[in-house]
Design a protein around this ligand. Structure first.
Ligand code: DPP
Ligand code: ZN
Length: 877
């Protein structure tokens, strides 16, 4: 299992000027003919052989400039074709045979139900034909697709259709031409019996673009939201980044079997059906919002990814971090910005921080890998986005726009590096990013410890910040980072104090009420002048850097921030800190055998929230206790049972104490009229279901009946699914069984809705969960070959049902190892992702650690894919 290093990067020996492909599609014996015009790259020495990638290919024929290549001139191995003594310019032609129907890895060309589709990022094109499968080889592609006319009436590839016609034996063909040079990872092909939803968009320069969403016939009614999202994204990218679409046609295809969420192939996006299909009665608000975000994300890649791509895969975050940042800003503009920020930060702090502290921790730009598929991670995407966000905040909106304009213009058509991006930002702003670049090379979540001191005599306020990045598995030495800490100070009335900084570097003007402190040293003191009384600091406003920050807040101070902070994010965060403190106290009581009781201060804070005039969406966020996973992150050794038990007790205590307030809240925010997935209605539904699920902890017949009514009568999936979850996760087994049966009856034909049905059961807290999950693996709707099903059942159980997954009998650990071993034979990418919960053994007690390690060792004994091997070898003690 060779390790690939960034420092070993060399430009390609040959460039491809032009590529012509012909696919003769058959499920088991597809023939792929390629004609590639190669030119020796002047950046490399002369005389180098031609090295092409290739995997699972059967070579039929090979020729150079029309002459077949004799056996002694090439070497064929498992993953390469090497031809020696080639001229400086030549035409390479090959024919290979592949077997899409047996391609269960879902990389390269494969079958999903009855259609053919592709996934080439990162290194899937080599499963289609021999090619320099690396992003710095960019070429124009012409693709002819031939298939049976009846079974595959629709034949798609990148670019514009330029020719089509009939052939013998009921076959037909379409030829597509993509004028834009692209790396092979952006190649796509689809063939199937698909139906079309069509619309159009007029670009800012007045060009009309055809928008097409291709789906299986039964899904025609589920495309409106994706289409609307696409048009909004196109308009937004013109307005906010000045970026216009460049082809005459933009296609999206929905596919049921897909490893990722979606793929930005030039002109022909291929989507996991879960990220495109939505109808009020089948998809939740969360799904609607995810679709909006993913459609936009893939669209934005047309510039941040396709027109300007990555030089090598170590630069993955160059396109992903930037594009996530872009889609987050888009969603914030389309919805409630504060809620969006809260959701994104919650995910980052829960899951990315855990990754950054675990055995697979890696920098935003990794410097080595075995299998690049393992690096499509929260660190590359979400932390990568936070790094871009910090740059954007350091520059401000106008300079950031100038910087992105420069980056796109200067590098259009090129494959570039993180340095090129940062150089553009530095050039337009004059900011020195040298220290900042450590964010790209240093793994681990920085910890900031802040202390303060108020001097009543000088009226000065001192903030001392210490930073420390913990060592990670493969990086021992960490250097101080350049960290923007957006700060405000509240006076006793809750108003922001004008900030006059007399020591320390900060952006903004003297007298502003928000200043971004520039922390550069391991320890630094910032001094504010003319502060009349001891203030309450509001630190890291808007979550201005992806760090953990601790400050010895008193309960009074947190209540003050919760009520008055002008920064919506920090108002929420103050409430979360209060709740974490209260829950940690309960967990200590639980651990020492006492009966845990919820601090009455928290009850009163929540009562105040319910009486406040916050918007429903923010109120719903603020009323939600931190998730078990986030609470777990606060410990070195996670008290799994204590966290689960105490969180339940806390929820019930709140419901008992605040029953009438919760009922009032529920009555005040009832919705009327048809379902709309807009920010207001989503916020109201979320608030109502939050209140209802608190009340459900009381398990009275009346509340259960109310939930049952909602389950039965809801005209939208958000309310139906929320009610189903409340029933299935309650202690009322009979009701749970009835609801599940009815739901299955209603939705068994709809695979995406059934994913939720699997998930709700996988997350059930009752101790029968593992037995149920095992039984559901034999359900006719379940398949180990379908990633959505695996994620909904096995992934949800192992990743989200912590109290059962970490059961002390160790059965769940064994179960996960068994599933992963079986899955690795079919789909290595999904197998190596699914194993994640077992790799986090360091965070558990000795007994659990030992059982988890035993399973990892058992897996290590087997013959493994590169993907799984890399993760297991990092995770083993
Ligand atoms: N399809 C994945 C994404 O858009 C990888 N590019 O993030
Ligand atoms: Zn992406």
């Amino acid at each position: 299992n060779p390790v690939i290093y960034l420092k070993d990067y060399l430009p390609p020996a040959f460039l491809a000027d032009k590529v012509e492909l012909t696919f003769d599609l058959y499920p088991n014996q597809t023939r792929v003919k390629s004609a590639i015009y190669f030119t020796r790259n002047e950046k490399r020495e002369s005389g180098l052989p031609l090295e092409l990638h290739g995997a699972d290919l059967k070579l039929i024929s090979l020729s150079l400039d029309g002459q077949s290549v004799s056996d002694d001139r090439y070497v064929l191995s498992d993953d390469q074709l090497v031809i020696t003594e080639v001229p400086d310019r030549f035409l390479f032609e090959a024919e290979v045979e592949i077997d899409p129907a047996n391609n269960t890895s879902l990389e390269g060309l494969y079958r999903s139900n009855t259609m053919f589709c592709t996934q080439c990022e990162a290194e899937g094109f080599r499963k289609i034909t021999y090619y320099p499968d690396r992003p710095d080889v960019m070429s124009s592609f012409t693709t002819t697709v031939i298939a049976d006319k009846t079974e595959y009436p629709v034949l798609l590839s990148n670019g514009n259709p330029v020719d089509k016609g009939e052939l013998d034996n009921n076959r037909h063909f379409v030829t597509w031409q993509d004028p834009f040079h692209k790396p092979a990872y952006l190649f796509a092909l689809v063939a199937g019996d698909l139906k079309l939803v069509k619309d159009s968009f007029t670009t800012m320069s007045g060009r009309e673009v055809a928008l097409e969403i291709w789906v299986e016939p039964e899904n025609l009614s589920k495309c409106d939201h994706a289409m609307l999202s696409l048009k909004n994204a196109m308009k937004w990218d013109e307005e906010v980044y000045g970026r216009e679409y460049d082809l005459d046609i933009y296609m999206i295809v929905a596919v049921n079997d897909f490893n990722m969420g979606a793929m930005e192939n030039k002109g022909l996006n291929i989507f996991n059906s879960s990220c495109v299909l939505a109808r009020a009665d089948t998809a939740t608000d969360m799904a609607f919002q995810r679709i909006e975000g993913v459609v936009a994300h893939e669209y934005f890649h047309n510039w941040s990814g396709n027109r300007v791509t990555c030089r090598d895969w170590f630069q993955l975050s160059l396109k992903e971090g930037f594009t996530v940042y872009r889609d987050q800003c888009f969603s914030a503009d389309m919805n409630d910005a504060a809620v969006k920020r809260i959701e994104d930060v919650s995910m980052l702090r829960t899951a990315q921080f855990a990754e950054d502290a675990g055995p697979t921790a890696h920098p935003v730009r990794p410097d080595h890998f075995i299998e690049i598929s393992n690096f499509y991670t929260l660190t590359i995407y979400e932390k990568g986005s936070e790094v871009v966000r910090m740059i954007a905040n350091l520059l401000g909106p106008d300079l950031f726009r100038k910087g992105s304009d420069l980056y796109f213009e200067r590098h259009d058509g090129q494959a570039v590096t993180v340095e090129d991006f940062v150089a553009a930002m530095s050039e337009v702003s004059g900011i020195d990013f040298e220290q900042f670049m450590r964010w790209y090379s240093q793994a681990g979540t920085p910890q900031l410890d802040v202390s303060d001191h108020y001097d009543a005599e000088t009226k000065q306020y001192h903030l001392t910040i210490r930073q420390m990045t913990p060592v990670t598995k493969d990086q021992q030495d960490k250097l101080p980072l350049h960290i923007p800490v957006k700060t405000g100070l509240l006076n006793t009335d809750g108003q922001d104090i004008p900030l006059i900084l007399v020591q320390g570097e900060a952006s903004g003007q003297q007298g502003d009420t928000d200043r971004v402190l520039h922390l550069r040293e391991a320890e630094q003191t910032f001094i504010f002048d003319q502060i009349p009384d001891a203030p309450v600091p509001s630190l890291l406003r808007g979550f201005s850097a992806p760090v953990k920050l601790s400050f010895p807040y008193s309960q009074q101070q947190l209540l003050h921030l919760m009520r008055h902070d002008s920064d919506g994010f920090n108002r929420w965060d103050a409430g979360q800190r209060l709740a974490v403190d209260a829950l940690q106290t309960m967990v200590s009581e639980f651990e020492s055998g006492r009966v845990p009781e919820l601090d009455s201060g928290l009850v009163e804070a929540w009562r105040n929230l319910l009486g406040s005039d916050l918007s429903p969406a923010i109120l719903a966020e603020m009323l939600s206790l931190p998730e078990e996973a986030y609470l777990g992150e606060q410990y070195d050794v996670i008290p799994v049972d204590g966290i689960h038990a105490c969180r339940r007790i806390a929820r019930k205590t709140l419901a008992q104490a605040l029953e009438s307030e919760l009922r009032t809240c529920l009555e005040t925010h009832q919705l009327s009229g048809p379902y709309k997935p807009d920010a207001d209605d989503i916020g109201k539904r979320r608030l109502n279901n939050t209140c209802l699920s608190y009340l459900m902890t009381l398990e009275t017949a009346e509340i259960t009946e109310r939930v049952w009514q909602q389950f039965n009568q809801a005209d939208n999936m958000t309310d139906q699914q929320a009610a189903l979850t409340m029933l299935v996760h309650s202690g009322q087994d009979e009701k749970a069984r009835e609801a599940l049966e009815q739901f299955e009856q209603q939705w068994q034909q709809d695979a995406l809705v059934m994913d939720m049905w699997f998930q709700v059961q996988a997350r059930r807290p009752q101790p029968d969960a593992l037995a149920r999950v095992k039984a559901l693996m034999s359900h006719p709707g379940f398949s180990l070959k379908n990633p959505n099903k695996v994620r909904s059942l096995v992934g949800a159980y192992c990743g989200q049902n912590r109290v059962n997954f970490h059961g002390l009998d160790g059965h769940s650990y064994r179960f996960l190892a068994d599933v992963v071993l079986e899955l690795d034979q079919m789909n290595p990418q999904i197998a190596s992702r699914l194993i994640t919960p077992l790799t986090r053994w360091q965070k558990f007690d000795a007994k659990r650690q030992q059982m988890m390690q035993t399973e990892l060792q058992r897996i290590a004994q087997a013959e493994l894919s590169n993907d799984l091997y890399e993760v297991i070898s990092k995770a083993l003690p």
